[in-house]
Design a protein around this ligand. Sequence first.
Ligand code: ASP
Ligand code: MG
Length: 453
Amino acid sequence: MQRVVMKFGGTSLGIVANLTRALALIESRLARDAHAPVVVVSALSGATDLLVRFADVPHERTRLAEAFTERHRAHAEAAGLPGALDDALADWRVRAAGAADRPMRDATRDALLASGEMLSAALVASALAARGVAARAWHAGIAGLVTDDRHGAAHPLPASRARLAASLPPSREVAVVTGFVGQTSDGQTTTLGRGGSDFSAAWVGAALAVDEIEIWTDTSGMLSADPRVVPEARPVPELSFTEASELAYFGAKVLHPKTLLPAIERGIPVRVLNTARPQDPGSRITAMAAAPPGTWWVKSIASRSGITAVTIVSSRMLMAHGFLARVFEVFARHHLVVDLVTTSEVSISVTLDDTQGLDAALADLEGIGEVEVRSGLAIVAVVGDGAPTQVGLAGQVFSLLGGIAVPVEMISQGASRVNLSFVVREEHATAAIRLLHRGLGLESHEPQRAPTR
Ligand code: ASP
Ligand code: MG
């Protein structure tokens, strides 16, 4: 490849064994590619939490400043780089000591929160230098990541593309850029929101039009099921952006693919890789990774529990118009977010994830029809681009479930080309997921042939 972005998360940098691996990964990338990788870093694990507390709780600052300093000093020492952060930590002490005795806000707060990423960028750059690799640490804002001024939730401006490209031209020097951080056009530090380093990596990668963006983290990609439910769950090697989004919605917490959108939109593949197990293939997320025609490809079985179903039956509504509109108007008015929907001529069932506001809504729904509420449910989603539209998938799923006598309460198929979802009682979800994981062949990653009829 010509050039890639490598983003390392907090646990990849904050544990000495992982940091050492990360450095070796950067070096081997440098040896293989035409140009040095651009490295985007998070703060060391736990560092941003300390800084948030420091910003919010003035009377704990002395203790927190000491803990933050010691975390970085000791980590540098354990990594064989004693003294590497002395200058950066001296700056930090001045900043910490100068804090006014009140909770921090806006620009002041963001400048402080950026300290975590600034220190880890300094650490990585000096660790590379100690290995004889040319490297330079960058505050992302100074490198050109210009944002609006919404402190704590800043968004990069289009102008930052050209600026990043100008200050980070292809070269043999590794640029180590702070994730999570940007700056306004008048030079004030901003932050992009918690977990924002993935977004930084995608934005920088898109601006530089790199060949690939690697997100190095602590799992080997997005998995075919929750490993606590299915011990033999495996990383899914290829995912489309939509599939990854569905999985994230169902709680695959590796990363939210929305944060990768800037890269995916520009057709740059994103790989999720495990720093502690770099030999694992991980997951590759692209705009499209469709199964070949005539095959389906179930990627993952996801689920979400704590679901409530609400059914409204109204025989008065038979042949009348406006029934669904009235029902949804009530949900909207009470700010209830509806997930699955199934309807018949005289009834509608919806599922809700968050029932705050439901009691008030029920009073209104009772004016429309008879209402039944069932809680303790789970949505199980069979996720795979194109899978739900394949002949035979639904048949296979529900005959498998019938075989272990798991009653299915609601089914939703077809609206999304990506997932076939159904609702079961919470206590049946684990058995259903394990069975489908095996029965749909998710242990192997070959696409399944559609049955010929
Ligand atoms: N360090 C920041 C956080 O903990 C950003 C990131 O790690 O993505 O939220
Ligand atoms: Mg993260």
